[in-house]
Write a protein that binds this ligand. Structure first.
Ligand code: 15L
Length: 263
C-alpha cells in the first residue's frame, strides 16, 4: 500500500536518518524537512528547510502532502524556550498546516516520557492518564492532545507513537523493557501510515521484549507486530550493569534518567 506524497520531518535527526531510506518504497514522493540544510535530495525525494516554529514555512512545507511522519522537534529534556518553539508551537503549526492543506494522516513521534512518572513495577496502556516526567514529556502530551483535537474537530487522523528507546541496541537495564529496533520502528511507522482507520490512536513503540511496562492491547487495530526483542542483548546488558539501586528515581520510574534531567 502506497501513501502518495509523504513528508518526513526531522529527516536528519536520529530516527529521521533511519527512516529516510526505509520510507521511500512506501510512497511515490518523499519530502524531507529539517531546520537546517541537509544536502541534496536523492531520487524520488524533495528537501525543504523549515523551522517548526515558523508558521509560514510550515504551511508551505505541507503543500500537496498526503501524510506526514513527524519526527521533528526537540527529543530530550531541554530549556523551556526550546521546547516551546519546537514542540508546542511546532505541534500547532504542523496541524494548522495539515488542516489548511488537506493532509489526511499524521504519524506523530510522541514519547514514552508522556508516562515517564509511572513506576517500573506498573504496566500502563495507551488509555492510562499521562504522567509526564519533564517539560519534554509534557510537550509530547500536548502534541497528543493537539492530535486528538484535530481529529475530533477536523477529521485529521493521527497515530501517536509513544516511542521507547529506538537505538542500535539496548545499552542498559531500562532499555531491556523500552527498546525498539530500527526494523520494528519501520514496521510500526508503516502500520501507522497504512492501517485503514485510526482516528487518533496512541501506541507504545517497543520491540517484542520479554520485560515490558506497556500493554498495547487498546491499539491492536493498528496491526503492528514487532519481530525483534531486546532479550538477545540481555546477558550483555546485565554484565555491563550487574546491580541496580532501586531507591534511585532513575531505576524506579519508567522515564529513567529523564525524571531527574534538567533542561
Ligand atoms: C526519548 O523520548 C528520546 O527522544 C530518546 O533519545 C531516548 O532517550 C528515549 O526517549 C528513551 O526514553 O530512552
Amino acid at each position: 500500500l502506497k501513501v502518495g506524497r509523504l513528508l518526513l520531518t526531522g529527516a536528519a535527526g536520529n530516527l529521521g536518518k533511519e527512516l529516510r531510506p526505509r520510507l521511500k518504497s512506501y510512497c511515490d514522493m518523499l519530502r524531507l524537512s529539517h531546520r537546517s540544510p541537509i544536502g541534496e535530495p536523492g531520487q524520488g525525494e524533495e528537501i525543504v528547510v523549515a523551522a517548526l516554529e515558523d508558521k509560514d514555512q510550515m504551511q508551505a512545507l505541507l503543500k500537496d502532502v498526503d501524510a506526514v511522519v513527524h519526527m521533528g522537534g526537540v527529543s530530550t529534556e531541554q530549556p523551556w524556550d526550546a521546547i516551546l518553539a519546537g514542540n508546542i508551537m511546532g505541534a500547532i503549526n504542523l496541524y494548522e498546516a495539515a488542516r489548511l492543506n488537506g493532509t489526511k494522516r499524521i504519524v506523530f513521534a510522541s514519547s514514552n516520557h508522556v508516562t515517564g512518572f509511572y513506576r517500573q513495577d506498573e504496566v500502563v496502556t495507551p488509555k492510562s492518564a499521562p504522567r509526564p516526567d519533564g517539560f519534554y514529556g509534557l510537550s509530547k502530551a500536548f502534541g497528543e492532545d493537539v492530535a486528538q483535537m484535530y481529529w475530533d474537530r477536523w477529521g485529521i487522523e493521527t497515530v501517536s507513537l509513544r516511542i521507547g528507546s529506538s537505538f542500535d541496541k539496548p545499552v542498559d537495564r531500562r532499555m531491556l523493557a523500552t527498546w525498539m529496533s530500527y526494523d520494528d520502528l519501520e514496521r510500526l511507522v508503516v502500520a501507522a501510515l497504512t492501517a485503514p482507520i485510526v482516528g487518533h490512536s496512541i501506541i507504545y513503540g517497543m520491540s517484542d521484549n520479554q520485560t515490558t511496562w506497556w500493554d498495547n492491547t487498546p491499539s491492536k487495530h493498528i496491526g503492528y507486530r514487532p519481530l525483534d526483542s531486546s532479550d538477545v542483548f540481555r546477558a550483555e546488558v546485565e554484565a555491563r550493569q550487574p546491580t541496580i539501586d532501586r531507591h534511585n528515581p532513575v531505576a524506579l520510574y519508567q522515564g529513567g534518567a529523564f525524571v531527574t534531567a534538567r533542561g
